[in-house]
Design a protein around this ligand. Structure first.
Ligand code: FAD
Length: 417
């Protein structure tokens, strides 16, 4: 059924956590907003992520230590990264940019650009959650990073050095203190780092649902439809939907996560966006309780306490947007998690795959179009879309409303590609 055409201040394509948080913030600033999605709000990557406000995880993914380990990881069918052989030709340009981004001359800059966002991420998210009545959904406890031996700890040293450089809190703890905090951890782990500011939300999709309910209740419109094209004529942006209807707005924002590249291309610009597919297993009846989220860097998985049990996830799979999920990837992370949490019971489980919107330099695009006034892009938040959502909303709303953002936005510009 074609929808009625109305004039909006801002049309936002993509009702994931990025689009919904930004739509909500623009509404706070007086905009009449249309939030458009082909699916139910929050059913993309924002549905099933690991629920972590992971403020210490801003290290650029491309770096020499990762390059050195990548061949070994790729040869291991249970390794943390899998590249689908048939997809390799399409990945070549992305990987060339990826290696360029990891050059030592560039690394410290990228790290500082991630840190500038992460510094604000927890307070911004807490303020957002308070504003939508979900303060209690943010945990008071942080994340534990586990190590079975000194070699594993030393291998993670570059991350701790980075946290030192940027003044992020952490505490190195031994086995006894670790077991006081998390009695279920296996004896094989005898050292950990407590990351107190890496909080967990109860259920990521609940945040999107609440945001969209508020947007709709305050005279915004949640529009269901696939965006198939645009027409930009000065102040008038027309968004065409697959049912033949269209939306007209003064400003247009693309927040379609890993699907943004083709929408950006329709607008005549380029963004080298790939999907880093990731998996989770939700364990509804885990038989144990954990108080913190848990990562084991050497085993490349994460475990989070969520509203409906324990969520296990991680891994990166480069196989494009269309390939069917390969849930063996999810089972590998569960196998690893059992090494850390041997009493975890696998009862009532569900598996899920989502698309992280990944840029080769790990830094999101939060930017005005380089070509068309009134067109904006907010995508490529990679492994940190939930973490960055509230900060992204503040910074982008400043840009869109003509206010001066509190940090320099140049590094996040689409013009860097
Ligand atoms: C396994 C996994 C674990 C993760 N863990 C964490 C974590 O713990 N912490 C963290 O900060 N981040 C995490 N992330 C990353 C985070 O989930 C993403 O960065 C974030 O959800 C991206 O949000 P988004 O709104 O940009 O995209 P999405 O949530 O994917 O939303 C994009 C929306 O755009 C819509 N769309 C696309 N094309 C069109 C079109 N043509 N027309 C209309 N609508 C369209 C889609 O339907 C979708 O709803 C994880 C990701 C994965 C996969």
């Amino acid at each position: 059924m074609p929808q009625t055409v109305q004039l909006f201040d801002t049309a936002i394509v993509g009702a994931g956590i990025i689009g919904a948080a930004l739509g909500h913030e623009l509404q706070n600033r007086g905009h009449k907003v249309a939030l458009i999605d082909q699916d139910a709000p929050g059913s993309g990557a924002s549905f099933g992520n690991m629920a972590s406000i992971a403020v210490t995880e801003f290290m650029p993914v491309s770096r020499p230590s990762v390059w050195l380990q990548t061949p070994r990881w790729l040869l291991d069918p249970e390794g943390p990264i899998r590249v689908a052989p048939g997809y390799v030709p399409q990945l070549v340009p992305w990987f060339l940019r990826f290696f360029k981004a990891g050059m030592p001359s560039k690394l410290r800059l990228l790290e500082a650009e991630g840190a500038a966002l992460c510094k604000r991420a927890l307070p911004d998210m807490q303020a957002l959650m308070a504003g939508i009545g979900l303060s209690d959904d943010v945990s008071e406890t942080g994340c534990l990073s586990l190590y079975a031996n000194e070699d594993e700890f030393e291998a993670d040293r570059e991350r701790l050095d980075m946290l030192d450089r940027h003044g992020f809190d952490y505490e190195v703890i031994g086995g006894n203190r670790l077991r006081e905090l998390e009695p279920e951890i296996a004896p094989v782990i005898n050292k950990a780092v407590l990351l107190p500011d890496n909080r967990t939300v109860r259920n990521p999709v609940d945040i999107v649902t609440r945001l969209t309910e508020i947007i709709a209740a305050r005279d915004g419109q949640i529009v269901r439809g696939e965006v198939t094209g645009f027409e930009v004529i000065g102040d008038k942006k027309t968004v065409y939907l697959n049912d033949g209807s269209h939306i007209i707005a003064k400003q247009l924002l693309i927040c379609a996560g890993a699907f943004s590249a083709c929408l950006v291309k329709m607008l005549g610009e380029h963004i080298p966006l790939e999907t880093e597919r990731g998996y989770h297993t939700q364990i509804m009846e885990p038989g144990i309780k954990i108080n913190h989220s848990i990562i084991w860097p050497a085993k490349a998985f994460m475990v989070s306490p969520t509203a409906s049990g324990i969520r296990v996830g991680g891994t990166v799979e480069m196989a494009g947007l269309d390939a069917a999920p390969d849930y063996r990837r999810a089972r590998v992370t569960v196998k690893r998690a059992l090494e850390a949490l041997p009493d975890l019971k696998l009862e009532e489980t569900s598996e899920w795959m989502g698309h992280r919107p990944a840029l080769p330099d790990t830094i999101p695009v939060m930017s005005a179009s380089g070509k068309m006034p009134g067109v904006y892009y907010s995508t490529g938040h990679g492994h940190l879309g939930l973490t960055y959502a509230a900060t992204n909303a503040q910074l982008m709303a400043d840009l869109i409303c003509g206010e001066k953002p509190p940090i320099d936005m140049t590094p996040y510009s689409i013009g860097r590609f």
